[in-house]
Design a protein around this ligand. Sequence first.
Ligand SMILES: Cc1cc2nc3c(=O)[nH]c(=O)nc-3n(C[C@H](O)[C@H](O)[C@H](O)COP(=O)(O)OP(=O)(O)OC[C@H]3O[C@@H](n4cnc5c(N)ncnc54)[C@H](O)[C@@H]3O)c2cc1C
Length: 285
Amino acid sequence: MSLKKLKPKKNINLRQLTTLEIGGRAEYFFVVRDNFELSKLLKEIGSQFYILGNGSNLLIKDGLIKKPVVKLIDKFELIKPKGNLLEVGSSTLLSFLVKYCINNCLGGIENLAGIPATVGGMLSSAASSFGVSIFNYLEMVEVMDKFGNINMIKKDKINYSYRRSGLEDKIIIKGFFKFSKNNKEIKKKIQNIIKKRITLQDFSFPSCGSVFKNPVSAVAGALIEQAGLKGKRKGDIKISDKHANFILNVGKGSYCQADYLIKQIKDLIYQREGIVLEEEVKRWN
Ligand SMILES: Cc1cc2nc3c(=O)[nH]c(=O)nc-3n(C[C@H](O)[C@H](O)[C@H](O)COP(=O)(O)OP(=O)(O)OC[C@H]3O[C@@H](n4cnc5c(N)ncnc54)[C@H](O)[C@@H]3O)c2cc1C
């Protein structure tokens, strides 16, 4: 079946759906409400597509994105107790989960508070901060493979590591988490983490968080800072003066400008340190 017959939204502006505010238009943009619709869609579009979470770890090229983009809504946004676990839909924003944890005195999520992401995006990117990973409190995930089949996978069967989920070929549908109960201090702890995040990270302009992964036994931001790159600009893309692993879109920055600056950082760090910086941000071309 042709993609047009599946009634996608057409020419959706992806720039406004990413926190870096860069990106062209999606030729085919599918909004999917439940597992049935998703599995039906996958059978038609095949295995080449992009899944969009909250767009906070993406660098999307300008111009037309030809691969279909899929956005999960509705039934994918849920938070529900299930036995001693918490069932969380992949499109649930972390901020909603954090609020739920505060209201129910559930502890564990504190150090992740303030990451502008969906739970599915966080699982897919193995997000972590201040020493805590989204996987720490995960018990199992519900995923769909690219043929539309659903599976439950227990955490001990997931091969995750730093910024790798081991689920790259799957669509994450839900996570089942076990948080600790009766945490009365949770709100205070979260407020402190948010303050810490605001002090350390740069929220002054649109960004995609850290651009590079930390290499083994080094901190990418420190290497970039030591190389004197803080504040360096290409057009409207600038390396943050505050957190050298953040690039900021200070105006109408483009993919090419971001790409240029990222290449310059990589080249200089390689010349100085012999280290090949690996990108944490996901590129859509
Ligand atoms: C200001 C700021 C601060 C940040 N701080 C941190 C931090 O402290 N720690 C950290 O780890 N990250 C941080 N990030 C980066 C980012 O928030 C994380 O990588 C986050 O996990 C991305 O989630 P998302 O929902 O925005 O996913 P997106 O950016 O939309 O997508 C990221 C990847 O996940 C895939 N994906 C999304 N949903 C699904 C799904 N349901 N199934 C399968 N794949 C899916 C996408 O296809 C893509 O490959 C920060 C970003 C910003 C802008």
